[in-house]
Design a protein. Structure first.
Length: 258
């Protein structure tokens, strides 16, 4: 699209490393002002402020840019740095008249919500569960120091991931989504969930008294299978399935099977 001479004459800048680090630090507070109207929009505006001030030296342009981040926004917190980097890259192009300003809103919602679902599945439903199960197994084995260092390594790895994705998003813009797609996190999440099943079995083995007979293990497995069925197929609430399982224990004890 043609760029007007007036648009070119507006003063523009570019975020430096120090500005990107400030945006990264603010990502930790992105959910602090969560609200029912815009979800994480206030947090996103707070994250973007240092970068927008570096890009838009004209105050009118700065206010207009900031307004773009006060609409509905929500995503998984681990993806906030990546999205901040993408948005900063796009704002740099908008400030130079290379792309229209309304392009941001067209892609922001879809990208944020898609990454939110991916984050919930991979980070929340797979990796975090694996960390919790392995930690429980290590503590049960009597090596809490190993559990501590595992947690420390996971925490450090997360910080590296957040910093790297912000930089990658800023450098590549929306092209970075092709990189994320190649990571194939959906299928990796499924693989991790398979390993989580083995970690869960290991935790049961470590905590289940040796005096228990195979009948007790069978009853436990059948009960868990029934719980999964009534929650996923019959539409029961998880709390109701839990109450039913707890109520079944005295019954089996009365029958002498527990």
């Amino acid at each position: 699209m043609p760029v007007s001479a007036e648009r070119i004459s507006l003063p523009v800048g570019q975020p430096g490393v120090r500005t990107l680090l400030r945006c990264l630090a603010r990502c930790y507070a992105a959910g602090g002002a969560f609200n029912t109207r815009g979800l994480q929009n206030i947090g996103l505006a707070y994250v973007m402020e240092p970068g927008l001030k570096a890009i838009y030296l004209d105050q009118t342009e700065l206010r207009n840019a900031w307004q773009r981040y006060l609409k509905v926004y929500n995503t998984h917190p681990f993806w906030t740095p990546l999205l901040a980097g993408i948005f900063l890259s796009l704002e740099t192009k908008i400030s130079r008249g290379l792309v229209p300003a309304d392009m941001l809103e067209k892609v922001k919602g879809t990208t944020a919500f898609t990454l939110s679902a991916l984050g919930d599945s991979f980070f929340g439903g797979s990796v975090s569960v694996a960390w919790a199960l392995i930690t429980c197994c290590l503590v049960t084995l009597g090596v809490p120091w190993a559990a501590f260092w595992l947690g420390a390594a996971c925490f450090a790895g997360l910080q590296v991931f957040r910093a790297a994705t912000l930089l990658l998003g800023y450098r590549q813009g929306f092209l970075v989504l092709q990189v994320v797609k190649r990571w194939d996190l959906i299928n990796w999440g499924r693989r991790v969930k398979v390993f989580n099943a083995f970690f869960l079995l290991a935790l049961w083995h470590l905590n289940w008294p040796a005096s228990r007979s195979p009948l007790h293990s069978g009853l436990l497995a059948a009960g868990l299978g029934l719980s999964v069925f009534v929650v996923s197929k019959a539409g029961w609430a998880r709390e109701a399935a839990l109450v039913l399982a707890l109520a079944a224990i005295p019954f089996f004890s009365w029958l002498g099977l527990w």
